[in-house]
Write a protein that binds this ligand. Structure first.
Ligand SMILES: Cc1ncc(COP(=O)(O)O)c(C=O)c1O
Length: 391
């Protein structure tokens, strides 16, 4: 395999990239450096591109079926990478994690049932609950010494009061927490005691930075029927192809979820998502290992840069994801001013923390999955803009 050059600048114009084309619409500035939506400015593994090119060469793009090779690739990946044995009959192939959260909520809860989310969290968790007419319950994470913790006492109270489901983000976005085995066991204890169903969104499972290990909740669950959402999409930068998986150990749950997807008449069985996922899981591992090293170095660079150049912006230590969580509260700007400062003064488009719900105010989420020169430029622009501000 040839050396992987994550420093390479790749022009995404003409590819309808949301991250680039939506800048004017969402941020009011089409030249802002786009460090927002969670996809990467890196070429996907060569094996993926080759598999897609080979499939494109065959000029028939009709309806597809999921082949055994897809299930095997998924099983082998999670066994090898996460020591998690998945039975093929537990896998439901889905057209994306967010649709799979909606389908699961609809399939396994009733209208008005309580569904718990733990903000600050990936904002489609909120709409997955509200748009399905369930009751949104918040169990905000606690920020203790710059590390997010689960409020287990409040979670147990909510479960005891009748909440039906918890949407867990593991690793957590934003903030990049990798939940420890002890924390996951505590969650399982609560689930067991109160029959709380846990949907564990593990889309960031493969993006764990040095020194940590992601533990799939379901691998510890034994008697608790945890449902897990996974995908090769974030890991290998193929989110636009639209394929994810639910791992559903309970046969009744699985049937109910599949029947929701059937009523929607949606599927991820397009010839390209199948080829890309198989190629990524079968051949993408060296690429991923190189990526994690690169991201780790970028992360350290950004942390050091702000620590020395603008310590009022504190880069929280992340354990996973390529999404840095910047504590900007010391700048003493309200959320509207903060958003405007980063876009209008600094020319950098990031997700305002306030989007992620309670606890997000005063924070910004920075996507560092881009060539280092771009990230360095963005950070320099932020510091220069702050220095130019009338204090
Ligand atoms: C926690 C989490 N879940 C789901 C998604 C999106 O998944 P999909 O594009 O498969 O719906 C993201 C994307 O950023 C995410 O961070």
């Amino acid at each position: 395999m040839s050396r992987i050059d994550f420093d390479q600048l790749i022009d995404r114009s003409g590819t309808y990239s949301l991250k680039y084309t939506a800048r004017q619409r969402l941020f009011g500035r089409e030249d802002a450096i786009p460090l927002w939506v969670a996809d990467m400015d890196f070429a996907a593994p060569q094996a993926v591109t080759q598999a897609l090119s080979a499939r494109a060469q065959h000029p028939l793009y009709g309806y597809s079926e999921y082949p055994p090779a897809l299930y095997q690739a998924i099983q082998q990946w999670f066994l090898r990478r996460h020591q998690w044995e998945i039975a093929a009959e537990h896998i439901v192939i889905c057209p994306g994690v967010v649709p799979s959260l909606h389908a699961t909520i609809i399939a396994l809860t009733q209208q008005a049932d309580g569904v718990i989310v733990q903000p600050p969290v990936y904002f489609p968790f909120f709409t997955a609950v509200t748009e399905t007419q369930r009751t949104l319950l918040h169990n905000p994470l606690l920020l203790v010494d710059d590390v997010y913790q689960i409020n287990f006492d409040q979670l147990a109270l909510q479960a005891a009061a009748g909440a039906k489901m918890l949407l867990l983000c593991s690793p957590h976005n934003p903030g990049g927490r990798v939940w420890s085995e002890a924390e996951l066991q505590q969650l399982l204890d609560i689930a067991r005691q109160y029959k709380l169903l846990i949907i564990s969104d593990e889309i960031h499972a493969d993006l764990v930075l040095t020194g940590r290990r992601h533990i799939p909740l379901a691998a510890l669950a034994e008697d608790v029927p945890v449902i897990t959402a996974v995908s090769a999409s974030k890991t290998f930068n193929i989110a636009g192809l639209g394929m994810s998986m639910l791992i559903v150990p309970d046969a009744g749950h699985k049937k109910a979820i599949e029947s929701v997807f059937n009523t929607w008449h949606v599927s991820a069985a397009n010839p390209f998502s199948i080829e890309a996922t198989i190629a990524a899981y079968q051949q993408g591992e060296p690429w991923l290992d190189a990526l994690l090293e690169y991201l780790q170095q970028t992360c350290q660079w950004v942390q050091q840069f702000f620590a020395t150049q603008l310590p009022m912006i504190r880069v929280l230590p992340i354990q996973a994801t390529y999404l840095l969580w910047l504590d900007c509260r010391a700048l003493q700007l309200n959320d509207r001013q903060l958003g405007r400062f980063f876009v209008e003064q600094a020319g950098v488009a990031m997700n305002p923390g306030v989007m992620f719900g309670e606890g997000g105010s005063g924070f910004m989420r920075m996507n560092i999955a881009a060539p280092r020169a771009i990230i360095e430029q963005a950070c320099r622009q932020i510091v220069a803009a702050w220095e130019a501000m009338p204090q």
